[in-house]
Design a protein around this ligand. Structure first.
Ligand code: GUN
Length: 285
């Protein structure tokens, strides 16, 4: 079997195009342009790249973005004060605090300070808790992107065995809850799981977000499974690879996401989606 390659770049481009249309309609009908504020504390090089990509993506679809750069020495009080201002700003529909934060700033205090109606990253405790009951205001962007990819591929997860490898707050845990909400049978594996293959071989859909290059080898995959690789790892030779041995596993799976060009582009597309959604809700209110 040779797997169908799920083209995340194309699906993300389609979603971005749809957001552009929604924004034009909102501007014409209500004179409202969605606004996203991004807070970047410090100079972490990876964070700088992520933030730049988010700002560029906003510009391309017509979202007004505001970048608030604070020094690495910024106090927690300073960050919270900025969030207060953005919470009160009617022109701002989404607030994103880029993680990680410097040591002196408590990430939980910061995330919980964001008005959850503007929490387009879906990291506020209210939104995290809402995943349990299926009443989240904004699902987090990466698992939301995986969900959209599966929908685009017309894969109905109901009743299927889904194994999620990785139990992070940003990807693995919310992913598992979102799949459960859709009546999948979900198993979560993580760093301490013994004999990972024992679980992964049961998966009709395997979602891998462990941050370990080459973690998933062909013998760990059920023939015909759908494999979603959320990993983004830079090898010493500079190549970017996922957590799945793409070469080997694509001979066994029925469908697979590549890295790059799979889940990665979906994360930003869903951030744009959540921001436009938030602006539409503010207009409706
Ligand atoms: N750092 C790494 N990934 C993310 C993300 O999706 N959102 C934010 N805010 N910070 C991150």
């Amino acid at each position: 079997m040779t797997a169908h390659i799920i083209d995340g770049k194309a699906v993300a481009a389609k979603i971005r195009g749809e957001q552009k249309e929604r924004i034009l309609r909102m501007q014409a009908a209500h004179g409202v342009t969605p606004g996203l504020a991004v807070i970047l504390v410090g100079e972490d090089p990876a964070s700088q790249v992520y933030v730049r990509n988010k700002i560029t993506a906003c510009r391309e679809v017509g979202i007004r973005s505001e970048l608030i750069k604070l020094p690495a020495t910024a106090s927690q009080a300073e960050v919270l004060k900025r969030i207060d201002e953005l919470n009160a700003d009617k022109g701002i529909h989404g607030i994103l605090v880029q993680l990680p934060l410097p040591k002196q700033v408590d990430v939980h205090a910061v995330l919980e300070h964001i008005d959850f109606h503007k929490d387009v990253d879906g990291f506020h405790l209210y939104n995290v808790g809402g995943l349990i009951t299926g009443h989240t205001v904004f699902p987090p962007c990466t698992p939301y992107g995986v969900q959209k990819l599966l929908e685009h591929e017309k894969i109905n997860v109901e009743g299927l065995n889904v194994v999620v490898v990785g139990a992070s707050n940003i990807v693995g845990k919310p992913m598992a809850l979102m799949l459960m909400q859709q009546d999948a049978t979900v198993c979560i594996c993580h760093k301490k799981t013994r004999d990972l293959a024992q679980f992964t071989t049961l998966a009709d859909i395997l979602v891998v977000a462990a941050g370990v290059p080459g973690l998933i080898q062909p013998q760990m995959v059920k023939p015909g499974a759908v494999v979603i690789d959320v990993g983004i790892n830079r090898l010493p030779d500079g190549r970017i690879v996922g957590d799945v041995d793409f070469e080997g596993v694509s001979k066994k799976a029925s469908a697979i996401t590549p890295v790059p060009g799979g889940v990665g582009p979906m994360t930003i597309a869903m951030l744009l989606f959540n921001t436009v959604e938030s602006a539409e809700r503010s207009v409706a209110a």
